[in-house]
Design a protein around this ligand. Sequence first.
Ligand code: ASP
Length: 344
Amino acid sequence: MGKRRIYVAYVGGTIGMRNTPRGFAPAPGFLAQQLAENPLLRSPELPEFVLKEYDPLLDSSNMGPGDWLRIAEDIRVQIDQFDGVLVIHGTDTMAYTAAALSFMLENLGKPVIITGSQMPLCRIRSDGFDNLITSLILLERYADRIAEVCVYFGGRFLRGNRSKKIDGEFFAAFDSPNLPRLGTVGIDFELNWDLIRPPIPGRAPLRVQVIGDATVAAFRLFPGLKAESLGHMLESVQGLVLECYGSGNAPHRDKAFMEVLRQATARGVVIVDVPQPIHGCADLSLYETGQALLDVGVISGFDMTPEAALAKLLYLLAREDSVEQVRALMQTDLRGELSLPEPG
Ligand code: ASP
C-alpha cells in the first residue's frame, strides 16, 4: 500500500446501491464487500484507507444541511489522523454538499475529495471503481499540495464550490463551467497547480461553522411570472437565490415584480442574482435591467453557481450577525467560489 492514510466517509449514492424490487437503493455493507472483493483496491499505488459507512446510507436527493453538518463534523474529528478525506456521495446533490463543505470547513489544511458514480459498482460497466481509484491516487500523490474541497468525477478534477452536475446519463457528469478544471485525468494526470488552493502555513485549526436554521430558497425567473407568487415566497425567507436571465437580467418594467423585490430587501431579505446560463456572470452594472435590480437592493452573485450561492447564503446567515455583512460577503470571494467581472 502507498504511504498515505485516507479517511473515506461513505455517505451513500448510486455507487453502493443494490437493485431492489423498488429500484436502486442503498444497501448497508454492500460497498465495503465489493471493495474487499476487488484486488485493484489493494494495489501498492493506493493509499491505506479506512472506510466509515454512514447510517443510514442516503440517496443524496434526501440530503440537506443537517447531513452536510454531520459530514463536516466527522471530517473535523478524523482529519488530524489522516492525510486527506474521500467522501463517497450520490451525484444528485453532490455539488451542493461540495459547496457547503467548502464554506463550513474553515481553515481546511488538507484535501477533501468527493466522488460517486453514475452506475452502481455491482453493474459490470460501472464508472464507480475508476472514480474511487483515481480519487485515491490523487490523494496518495498530492495530499500535501491540496487544501480545498474538490469533486473528482469521470476524468475531471474540479473545485467543489464551482462544480455542477451537467449530465444525467454520461460518465463525465460534472464540470465547473465558470472555472477551468483543477485537473484532467486521462492516461496522465494533468493538474492545474496555478488554480489549486495549497495549504496555508501557520493557519488556524480547522473549525466547522454550524449551518443553522436560516430559511433560504431559490427561484428561477420565467417569462410571465406573477409577482404575487414570488412575493409569497419572499415573505417566509431570509435569503433568496434569484436565477435571472443572461447576465443577471430581469423584467424591470414589471412594476409589481420590482416592488416585491424592493419590499423584501428593505425587510432585510438577502436576494442574490445568479445567471441562468450555466456559463456566465451576473454583472448587474451591464444593462439597464440589471441596474434597476441594484436599485431595489438585489446583489450580484457574479459567476457563482446557484448551488454555491445557496450554500453560501446558508453559511453566512448562520455566521454573521448583520444583514449588511452577509450582503458584503456574498459578493466577496471566500473560497474561490466566484470571480469578479473584468472591468470594461
Ligand atoms: N439518486 C442518486 C443519488 O444522488 C444518484 C447518484 O448517486 O448518481 O444519491
